[in-house]
Write a protein that binds this ligand. Structure first.
Ligand code: ADE
Length: 254
């Protein structure tokens, strides 16, 4: 079944034979000039399943629909010299104001390379919210007044510059949706994700036990859960020390 992403703000229709089957736990409104970019990230895998289960409601808003310009323009030249176009305040304000007139939002998040870095604790914190707006920027940036008056939080997915905020918003959405109760099966439980306990994950193996002479550690086949769990813990600790030394230092302090 295709994921039911709302391209424009339609009413949620989580009904089957007149009965509500799930009540959506989170609503995410994404403001973008490229709604099509979300095909794929939001229409496959865990996000798709969560949408179809009614656990999350995702609405894509084409910013151009909120432009008052007859050419649907959403950008203009910067005041003063400088390369690149700037995203205009009016269409963004029109869209956010309309959304806010329909419900309260916990955060209006601008996806920006100089926002706070997205880490698992930030995702965990944001996952407590019910209604989020994500604004995807483009061009040289957005009119600073949008950041001052409309945005409540700025999030970066890393210290590098993407062509726009869409991929970042898709990453943030994915990281949030997998935390919604019911989105993951037990076997893919978010509790065992890397970073959830301040450590990276231990290695995992599957059949065959022996492949080209490369074998699975004997301990995993021992059947002794206590010993296996201790091995996994030590492996995770060792990996954290090597791969995320700053995280390892935090673990030692706590
Ligand atoms: N937009 C452009 N680059 C970005 C980044 N690294 N994180 C979030 N939004 C962005």
């Amino acid at each position: 079944m295709a994921a039911k992403i709302h391209i424009f703000s339609e009413k949620n229709t989580n009904f089957a034979a007149g009965k509500i089957i799930y009540s959506s736990i989170m609503r995410i409104d994404i403001i973008t000039i490229f709604p099509e970019m979300f095909n794929g990230p939001l229409t496959e895998s865990i996000v798709k399943r969560a949408i179809n289960k009614g656990l999350v409601d995702i609405h894509l808003h084409n910013l151009r629909d909120y432009s008052t310009d007859k050419h649907r323009r959403v950008d203009d030249y910067p005041f003063s010299a400088g390369a690149g176009m700037v995203m205009m305040i009016e269409p963004v304000d029109n869209c956010i104001t309309k959304l806010k007139s329909e419900r309260d939002y916990d955060e209006v998040i601008y996806m920006s390379p100089d926002g706070i870095l997205l880490t698992q604790p930030v995702v965990n914190q944001l996952s407590m919210n019910q209604n989020l707006i994500m604004l995807c920027g483009h061009y040289k940036g957005i009119d600073e007044r949008i950041r001052e008056h409309l945005v409540t939080m700025e999030v970066s997915i890393g210290n590098y510059v993407l062509s726009g905020g869409e991929l970042a918003a898709a990453v943030l959405t994915d990281s949030l949706v997998r935390l919604i109760p019911g989105a993951l099966t037990d076997e893919t439980s978010a509790l065992s994700d890397s970073f959830q306990d301040g450590m990276v994950s231990p290695p995992v193996y599957t059949r065959p036990r022996e492949y080209k002479g490369w074998s699975v550690p004997d301990i995993l086949l021992s059947g002794n859960d206590a010993v296996i769990n201790e091995w996994k813990y030590q492996q995770a600790l060792e990996r954290t020390k090597i791969r995320r030394p700053e995280m390892y230092e935090m673990l030692k302090k706590n």
